[in-house]
Design a protein around this ligand. Structure first.
Ligand code: IVH
Length: 691
């Protein structure tokens, strides 16, 4: 390639990479895999090395991608005290050897490395002042980051205050920074995407995007609900007695920070390779996403001597794992219709082994994804395991595409009932609008009503299928007409199952009101929204009679949900069903203990109390309960907060620290339940904003 050809390619690569940076960092919706992205970046780096005069200051090789949203200035921005850099990365062991050799040339000493997992989330920089979380900034463009402190305060793993410095082997300094990664565990990711599907919204492509998107939400309550996690891996502080990264991590661990235990001190390349081999497969068992291993020089003095380039430190590098992919043939496509009418295309594949399991089916997401990748029947497609339960098709091997393939034609009519599909221009999915005549939608609503988190009625898909196809149950209210005689006529249904089913139907009359509200399937009203609505309106009649302006006033209810509620109560089929359910004795309003509650701020939260407070223990307990929380005596993994007063018990404190359970003091607590206002602004005073 001559210089002018290179100049053209460099400019193409720059604009493509910048476009992908925006999709990844700002929109949280990448359209290519990390591997494909890294290959583009590598090609650009190689060309720039060959033709150094083509390097410009704005080249993506000289800058870290920016997560700052230029369209909306929703967060205050602050300059980073030290730039937040990126890491050099490689997919090859050979390049790792070169990394080691380069360093070995600069020193006579033995080199010690720390190998850590490379967490695949979104970077965060935390500042602590006097043992309290002072500020949390995103990476931004590496120089300036978004202030997301309010949201970070709601992440359980991140301590809002540290244990007394005097109780630590190495006391924490008055002011320091600690950096790491905010993550969305696979379990929360699956739950969030299920909810998004249920609410007919586009799901997140992977846990990283979900974590980054969540961190930039405007509702801190929603951030808390989504269950983010965090691991920290970089302490920036000058502390006497701490000379190595390993010591720094051990100290941070003692101060209560979430530091991963999956670290290893390595003295040579063999030990590093051993760590890589182990985690390449073992990582699939972790509860959060990882995409490689970071190899860091342990010794701070050697780190300082090596310094950094414009973009990344010379003392660390990342070895990235290739996503576990398999190539196989796309045989056919099924279209599943859910209870909301949303249509999901599912690929039937030639069975293929992918990280230990045989894959026969994989998600194709929606019509746009199929068109984007030009996926055709008969193609060899790549399947990948993300955070979801079922694998997904991520691309096509165009080189082996058979001659006779044709572009994929998406269906225009419901495969179940033949109704013409509809598509909201803003939604990626197609919908079947035949709510009252499309069997999977009807059955789906009955199954949802019976599900564990709703009415908890025994049974399942097979039972609902029989009850529906025999005309015994057309909507959830028909469940309350079932008799032993009718049930015994079902296939494979004995006396015991009949008895159990009828008992669970009977017991469902006593579920709390919010579960009933969730069960009746108002579009966009998930479990949490149902709780808010239940405690705000107190009864189904109040909810039904509330006009849109009143609905919008309720906590956490926006226009979309308000409109959906109004539409729901306008449907004659719904009103008929509700009448029957009322006659059957279902809870149409809150019980007295539920309605006596001051708020739901601590709903389903478990707290342990320790130490002395300005009010009596009994009063503190009552206060917690009046906000929906529960007081328990011993700390366990299920505990949400340790509420520590003056002189808390050291054993409780240590256990909470070890289990990464947030420790809050009386003031924090009162602020949390809304009994204290204004305290939240103490952090803002002195620093000037940049924008
Ligand atoms: S150290 C000076 N350690 O990977 C750079 N980074 O691709 C210090 N990351 O920006 C970073 N796990 O967001 C480090 N154990 C780990 C990491 C890690 C994930 C992220 C981090 C960094 C990016 C570089």
């Amino acid at each position: 390639m001559n210089r002018s050809q290179a100049a053209i390619r460099v400019s193409e690569l720059k604009s493509a990479i910048n476009e992908h940076n925006k999709k990844y960092y700002v929109l949280n919706a990448p359209t290519i895999s990390d591997f494909e992205y890294d290959m583009l970046l590598q090609e650009l780096t190689t060309l720039e090395k060959k033709f150094p005069d083509l390097v410009t200051e704005d080249s993506p090789t000289q800058n870290v991608g920016s997560d700052i949203s230029t369209e909306s200035r929703t967060f205050r921005q602050y300059a980073h005290k030290y730039p937040m850099l990126s890491l050099g990365n490689t997919y090859s062991r050979e390049a790792l050897k070169e990394f080691h050799n380069r360093i070995a040339k600069t020193t006579d000493r033995d080199i010690e490395y720390v190998c850590e997992l490379k967490f695949d989330g979104t970077a965060i920089c935390l500042t602590y002042k006097n043992g309290k979380l002072f500020r949390a900034l995103t990476r931004g463009d590496g120089t300036v980051g978004d202030d997301v402190t309010r949201n970070v305060e709601r992440i359980k793993a991140i301590p809002s205050s540290l244990p007394p410095a005097s109780s630590c082997k190495i006391p924490w300094p008055d002011e320091f920074e600690i950096r790491g990664e905010i993550l969305m565990p696979f379990s929360s990711f699956r739950e969030l995407n299920a909810l998004k599907e249920e609410q007919q919204e586009t799901p997140f492509a992977n846990p990283r995007n979900a974590a980054a998107g969540t961190l930039k939400l405007l509702s801190a309550d929603e951030v808390e609900r989504r269950g983010l996690d965090c691991f920290l891996y970089h302490l920036i502080a000058d502390i006497p007695g701490i000379e190595t990264h390993w010591q720094a991590m051990e100290a941070a661990l003692e101060w209560g920070f979430p530091i991963s235990k999956h670290r290893k001190l390595c003295r040579d390349l063999d030990q590093i390779n051993e760590f890589l081999d182990y985690w390449d497969t073992a990582r699939t068992g972790l509860k959060v996403a990882t995409d490689g291993v970071v190899i860091k020089i342990n010794d701070f003095s050697l780190q300082r001597a090596l310094g950094m380039t414009a973009k990344s430190p010379r003392w660390a590098t990342a070895y990235k794992f290739k996503a576990q992919q398999a190539a196989t043939k796309l045989l056919s496509v099924d279209f599943q219709v859910g209870r909301t009418g949303a249509v999901t295309p599912v690929a039937n594949l030639q069975p293929v082994l992918l990280s230990g399991t045989t894959v026969k089916r994989a998600s194709l997401h929606n019509a746009d994804q199929i068109a984007l990748h030009d996926i055709r029947l008969g193609d060899t497609v790549f399947v990948e395991k993300g955070g979801e339960i079922i694998p997904k098709v991520v691309g096509v091997d165009l080189e082996v595409r058979p001659q006779d393939t044709v572009p994929f034609h998406y269906i225009t009519h419901c495969p179940e009932c033949g109704t013409a599909l509809e598509r909201d221009p803003e939604e990626a999915k197609h919908f079947c609008p035949n709510r009252w005549g499309c069997p999977p939608q009807i059955k789906g609503r009955i199954e949802h009503f019976m599900s564990r988190k709703a009415m908890n009625i025994l049974g399942g898909e097979a039972l609902v299928d029989q009850l529906y196809s025999k005309g015994m149950v057309q909507d959830p209210s028909d469940l309350y007409d079932l008799t032993p005689e009718v049930l015994k006529s079902l296939d494979n249904w004995g006396d015991k199952s009949t008895d159990n089913l009828l008992k669970s139907i009977d017991a469902s009359r006593n579920v709390p009101f919010h579960r009933f509200l969730y069960a009746i399937g108002i579009p966009y009203v998930g479990e949490t929204t149902a709780k808010y609505l239940a405690s705000h309106f107190g009864s189904l009649d109040n909810l039904r009679n509330a006009p849109e302006e009143v609905l919008i006033q309720a906590p956490e209810i926006g226009e979309k949900i308000a409109v959906s509620i109004i539409r729901y109560f306008r449907e004659p089929q719904i009103l008929k069903m509700l009448d029957k359910l009322r006659t059957a004795g279902l809870p149409f309003s809150q019980g007295t203990d539920e309605s006596a509650r001051l708020s739901d701020k601590l709903l389903e939260k478990q707290l342990v109390i320790s130490g002395n407070f300005s009010r009596s223990r009994e009063e503190m307990k009552k206060l917690i309960e009046s906000h929906g929380g529960k007081v328990i005596s011993a700390i366990s993994g299920q505990t949400d907060y340790l509420l520590a007063g003056e002189k808390p018990g050291p054993a409780k404190w240590q256990k909470a620290t070890k289990l990464n359970i947030p420790i809050i003091n009386e003031t924090d607590f009162l602020r949390l339940v809304g009994e204290l206002q204004g305290e939240g602004t103490v952090f803002e005073a002195e620093e000037k904003t940049l924008f």
